[in-house]
Design a protein around this ligand. Sequence first.
Ligand code: NAD
Length: 488
Amino acid sequence: MEEKPGQYGSLGGLVAGVREAYESGRTKEVEWRQAQLRGLIRMVTEEEDAIFDALHEDLGKHRVESFRDEVGVLVKSLRNTLQNLKNWAAPEKAQVPLISFPCKALVVPEPVGVVLIFSCWNLPIGLALEPLSGALAAGNAVVLKPSELAPSTAAFLAANIPRYLDAKAVKIVQGGPEVGEELMEHRWDKILFTGNARVGRIIMTKAAKHLTPVALELGSKCPCIVDFLYSKRDCQVAVNRIIGAKWSTCAGQACIAIDYILVEERFAPILIELLKSTLKRFLTEPGFMARILNEKHFHRLRGLLEGHEVKSSIVHGGHADLKTLRIEPTILLNPPLDSDIMTEEIFGPLLPIITVKKTEDCIAFLKPKPKPLAIYAFTNDEKLKQRIVAETSSGSVTFNDAIVQYGLDSVPFGGIGQSGFGQYHGKYTFELFSHRKTVLRRSLLLEFMFRYPPWDEHKMRMLRRVFRFDYVSLVIALLAFWLLGLRR
Ligand code: NAD
């Protein structure tokens, strides 16, 4: 069952046990990896209701939202990994130059070893099991520390993972920052951390002690450019998708949720009216939007609305109920750019709209800002799309939709700069937790002495030919030396 710090006197015993399981070699077997993936699929499908309950307890998520964002997308990804595992794990042939004949080169993916995963509370199933599945597919043993801030989900994982997976090679460690820090005292072969940049820095600093490579999945302010859209239908589709990516994904508590909108002045009133009327149609019951995680985050979000200038920029919503931890979908028009709501990651159901004279001005607005996890733009202007891709930098760019890139197994997911580094999802998760080992097989048949001293100008010329792949002249030169009896 669940492993708690202290069960072995300290976490040291637990970590040693996981390493022992890795050293046994069984995690490297493809059959073992497949069995773990099948176990995960069984767990998530058989325990679907228990997962929905846990997500509802932790975050008030509706079961349909939980299925869309956590269970459905995860099972799809697990099946994709299971289906492709043999291919991904197979050695890849690499080209070698003719001069090295006879020779074969292979790139062999090998597990990195024992992996530590820290997951976050907002998608507490997906952010735990997506990286776990890739780490297991790559043949590693894993310790997973779920976020203590989603306690029902953490308890679910601790109770169920040992029932469905190899309980010696996969451990769940529950606890808060002190447990996280204790885990970081041990040696790991790779660490994936999802959370805020402050803790990310602690993780990276501690990992340096053992030279452990880390991947940091952090937060940012993801902007969404809304171009002037002429067709009524296009406007409505854009608004549906903006609402989906702001309020219907954990109430905006998502790293790739839209943080704020940039729009031309003339289009802002139309956009706001459409947002209001569509919100009314979509969120007909309070339970159709998740609640705020806890009182601390509730007060943080309320704090973002403080200040006269910010308050007076609210054009919709603004009500908050501490008892239910619910904050109404709130829209602000042009809050001051130096206010906290425009300088900090919002991570909640508040949406500032910032107006610009011309849509193209958005690019100059974004350029000096820290690189976000995602940039979104609703536009039919191909030139603008090209400029956004070429002139801005971010983890991803999505046109005419938002947040859906998270669900794709075929593209990497991750940040750049202050939004983190290291990419995963689909094959990229497998690669994140694998080392690509070069295996070169040469033969002792042919030997060229010009690669060794004593040096002279002839050898220099031969080496120049080799690096230019100038085989004709190389063969002629070799023959000449051979015929002249000058073989070296
Ligand atoms: P959190 O509090 O759940 O923390 C994440 C993990 O770090 C938890 O397991 C926690 O126990 C652990 N932790 C906390 N303090 C620690 C310490 N001192 N030492 C070791 N471990 C410690 O999450 P949070 O920080 O509230 O996360 C919110 C942030 O995460 C936001 O900025 C959000 O954008 C970002 N996020 C990023 C992604 C992504 O994929 N890039 C996904 C979700 C959230």
